[in-house]
Write a protein that binds this ligand. Structure first.
Ligand SMILES: C[S@@+](CC[C@H](N)C(=O)[O-])C[C@H]1O[C@@H](n2cnc3c(N)ncnc32)[C@H](O)[C@@H]1O
Length: 376
């Protein structure tokens, strides 16, 4: 007699989760992958876990989700429309699924999709593209500033083929939700002045996974070579004889001002633009920036990683010759649903950033181009 049982037929359905409470139990990369897709759908996500990966912490700190910092407890699913159990502990995932079943809340178990009352369907990026079977290599992909539509076709194709994806907290994170379930996600976020995976560890991980035969996609925000440490990763792979392909990306330095209506150049107004890292203040002994030269420029100055240092940098620019009333646009969370622009002047920059509670990631642009769209 055969003991093979027939699979239970499933009924495919898409959930309308916008504005609805969803509980994700777990704080690892599996929970992160589920969370980014849920946030994209507009769900009100609560993550329950004593610890979370840095990428989830960044989402909690930006107010994108609520983080309950403790282990799962009965009652946590109250009021939820949907739940995800992704703790990597089968006993806890089982308890969450059992509570969900009792409360009639559909639940996905990351450890056992077959035992789940809801199984996510795949929106695999580039699923129809021909698959390149070469493994044991690294593809450094610039993912663009955040909007998943701003990754290149080649970058999306690489993601569709990946075995391992090593991610940052910036960039098109919602694409992770569409990866095949067997793809391993590694969170290599570097939070501003917060938790960060050391660069040497990231380099070693890329090499290690590629040597084990994986196609590793290193997904970075913006362009890998614009303040992205992409070249360090490339050199580490090259030193280990691991083949690397570079897929350039749309950099936030140009794209973020653009979506806010600020061109970095404009005919008859600006013949130059310079992109500067503001992660160190002008008087810092390790600063490599010649602020006096930049202060003397007439063109556009684009500052990345310069929210905290903005008052000191603005003062240096004025000290070295830029007019205090030069227009400035600060664009935070560019190309995402949370995008916001603050318009001010160099003299008022520090006050405006504090008054508007601007937080990273933000790009700020100094120059006459800021007012072009206003017809000046
Ligand atoms: C470590 S740098 C990486 C830049 C990236 N490689 C690029 O080409 O866009 C991170 C900084 O990029 C800027 N940035 C990246 N994404 C952004 C976004 N969506 N909105 C505003 N600024 C962003 C911020 O200044 C942030 O602090």
């Amino acid at each position: 007699m055969s003991t093979t049982s027939l699979p239970v037929p499933l009924h495919p359905v898409a959930l309308h989760l916008h504005g609805r409470r969803v509980v994700v139990v777990g704080g690892g990369t599996g929970a992160y992958r589920a969370t980014v897709g849920l946030l994209d759908a507009g769900a009100l996500v609560t993550v329950v876990s004593p610890v979370v990966v840095p990428a989830l912490q960044a989402l909690a700190e930006s107010g994108s989700l609520a983080w309950v910092r403790r282990r799962y407890a009965p009652g946590d699913l109250d009021g939820a429309w949907y739940a995800v159990a992704a703790t990597q502990d089968p006993a806890v995932d089982g308890a969450v699924a059992a509570d969900a079943e009792h409360a009639r809340v559909f639940c996905t178990r990351a450890d056992d999709p077959g035992a789940s009352s809801a199984r996510p369907t795949l929106a695999e990026p580039g699923a129809t593209l021909p698959r390149d079977r070469r493994r044991g290599r690294v593809v450094l992909v610039g993912g663009g500033p955040g909007d998943p539509g701003l990754i290149t076709v080649r970058g999306r194709d690489a993601l569709a083929q990946a075995d391992v994806v090593v991610v940052d907290h910036l960039g098109p994170r919602s694409l992770l939700a569409g990866l095949r379930p067997d793809v391993e996600i590694v969170d290599a976020s570097k939070l501003p002045r917060g938790r960060a995976m050391p660069q040497e560890e990231i380099n070693a991980l890329l090499v290690q996974h590629a040597r084990a035969g994986a196609l590793v996609v290193r997904l970075k925000g913006g362009d890998p070579f614009v303040f992205g440490r992409g070249m360090e990763e490339l050199l580490a792979c090259a030193a280990a004889d691991v083949p690397v392909e570079v897929v350039p990306g749309v950099t936030s330095a140009v794209a973020v001002p653009a979506v806010a209506g600020v061109p970095v150049t404009h005919r008859g107004l600006t013949h130059e633009f310079v992109v500067v890292s503001g992660h160190l203040p002008p008087d810092h002994p390790q600063s490599l920036v010649d602020w006096s030269a930049i202060g003397r420029l007439r063109g556009t100055v684009v500052v990345l990683m310069g929210v905290e240092t903005a008052p000191a940098i603005a003062a240096a620019l004025v000290r070295h010759g830029r007019r205090p009333d030069t227009p400035v646009a600060v664009v935070a969370d560019g190309t995402t649903g949370d995008q916001r622009t603050v318009r001010t002047t160099l003299a008022e920059l520090g006050t405006a950033i504090a008054a508007e509670s601007v937080r990273p990631p933000a790009v700020w642009v100094v120059g006459e181009v800021v007012d072009v769209a206003r017809g000046r």
